[in-house]
Design a binder for this molecule. Structure first.
Ligand code: LLP
Length: 443
């Protein structure tokens, strides 16, 4: 297994992260357990901030909290000078509870409810990323009623869709997100926004995809947004102060994944901005980005205890762990690949190829197909790397399995930032109405 950040194999043959032996972490916190390498998170934040500083442009780097949103994470990214992107009242509430400065919070989403908009306005957030005309009018009405002015970016679809290794230049009219540049709705959106008494249009936002390894898609998006900016300036006399280019910067999950360095992504984007916007406006726009996965993805490791196994001679050996698709739905949802190490015997030679199954009651609950490990027995510890992004945040209670705890490790210290759910948590919101309870008694 590739060792990310501070991960290493210590002299006892145990995986160690942030100076903490995972065998001790199991004893202290139990399994399954999400372990986050705090130093690596901080390093990634610094890489973004420093790369933008080097560009000389004005900027904000907003951590896309959907990747992993808990209060301690909000606090860490805040300390590293980041802004924050939230998409729901829950993410917003988490940020506010963590004391995240509201002015540095950006609110996304294609269907913000009136309650969410009110909550965000009352909190004094820095910017709404408006997705459609219905939201635009709702936001104006609520801002008017509250007599406040709110900053707005319009989410536009530039006609570039990027995947890991390639981008597709399409009309991309068929997307649930944003105002399409190609069919004129983005232009109309700018025009309508400019006429609203309580909305301040800062500029536009574009997000072209996730887990992207190449810079061409970003460069093309900058070019398309710049052409749009030119049209808006000529036709409406409006100049964008801010251009947000979203997230999507890739990370290494397994061999063969070839992400660029953060500094390379940032340089490609900022160079493209300089090239394309210099022709349009004397003052270059402030550039915002929203990395999620590349801040926290490779900083996360999930620790499991091995339970049963089933060996089917000539077919395969299934090894079951005490978690699965409830704590990591990505293999089932996206056929994602992961690497793993036998964390309590990491120096031993690989002996067998096994497949790692979860404990949910369905065949699709597999974490890794075919991984080479030393001979695995019950009680061994299995660590799956690169589970920091979109694992805890997408975890579920399927089969009423408890969500694991999350621990931050750094310099030999380990601290819970989310407690493991209790059985009481599992039934905590359940109600048995009297009408039904009575029926059970009288039967
Ligand atoms: N900004 C916007 C508007 C987004 O929609 C996203 C991700 C991001 C930023 C952050 O993208 P990142 O840097 O993390 O790639 N659940 C999927 C990923 C969904 C991404 C959705 N939007 C997964 O597990 O791979």
């Amino acid at each position: 297994m590739f060792l990310h950040g501070t991960s290493k194999i210590n002299d006892s043959g145990h995986l160690e992260i942030g100076g903490c032996d995972v065998v001790d972490l199991k004893a202290k916190f139990g399994t399954p357990l999400y372990i986050v390498d705090e130093q690596l998170v901080r390093q990634r934040c610094k890489e973004y901030v420093e790369a933008f500083q080097a560009s000389g442009l004005k900027f904000q780097v907003a951590y896309a909290s959907k990747a992993f949103c808990v209060m301690a994470m909000c606090t860490v990214v805040e300390q590293e000078g980041m802004s924050l992107d939230v998409v729901s009242e829950g993410e917003l509430y988490t940020a506010i509870q963590a004391g995240f400065p509201a002015a540095r919070i950006h609110f996304h989403g294609n269907n913000k409810t009136p309650d969410e908009i009110e909550m965000a306005i009352d909190a004094g957030i820095g910017c709404f990323v408006v997705d459609n005309l219905v939201e635009l009018h709702l936001l104006q009405a609520i801002a008017l009623e509250k007599n406040v002015h709110v900053n707005v970016l319009l989410r536009v679809t530039p006609g570039v869709e990027a995947h890991t290794h390639e981008y597709i230049s399409t009309g991309q009219t068929d997307s649930k997100f944003g105002f399409d540049i190609g069919n004129g709705s983005a232009y109309e959106g700018v025009e309508v926004t400019s006429k609203q008494s309580h909305l301040e249009l800062l500029g536009v936002h574009s997000h072209i995809g996730s887990q992207i390894f190449e810079v061409e898609g970003f460069q093309l998006a900058v070019q398309k947004v710049a052409e749009f900016a030119q049209g808006v300036k000529t036709g409406l006399g409006i100049v964008f102060k801010v251009v947000n280019l979203g997230g999507g910067f890739g990370i290494r999950y397994v061999d063969g994944d070839t992400p660029l360095k953060v500094s390379q992504y940032v340089k490609a984007i900022t160079d493209a901005v300089k090239e394309h916007f210099a022709k349009i406006q004397s003052e270059l726009p402030e550039i915002w980005v929203e990395p999620g996965r590349s801040i926290v993805g490779d900083a996360g490791t999930t620790l499991y205890t091995v339970g049963t196994n089933k060996n089917i001679p000539g077919v395969r050996k299934y090894v079951a762990v005490d978690g699965g698709m409830t704590d990591n739905p990505r293999p089932a949802l996206y056929q994602s690949h992961y690497e793993a190490v036998l964390a309590n015997r990491a120096l031993e030679e690989a002996q067998e190829t096994v497949s790692i199954a979860g404990k949910c009651c369905e065949s699709g609950d597999m974490l890794i197909w075919d991984v080479k490990l030393p001979e695995v027995t019950s009680g061994d510890l299995l660590a799956v790397a690169c589970t920091g992004a979109y694992n805890y945040s997408m975890a579920s209670n399927y089969n009423r399995i408890r969500r694991p705890g999350v621990v931050f490790v750094k310099d030999g210290q380990s601290d819970l930032v989310v407690k493991r759910e209790s059985l009481q948590d599992i039934v905590g919101n359940d109600l048995v109405p009297e009408r039904i309870a009575k029926q059970a008694v009288t039967k």
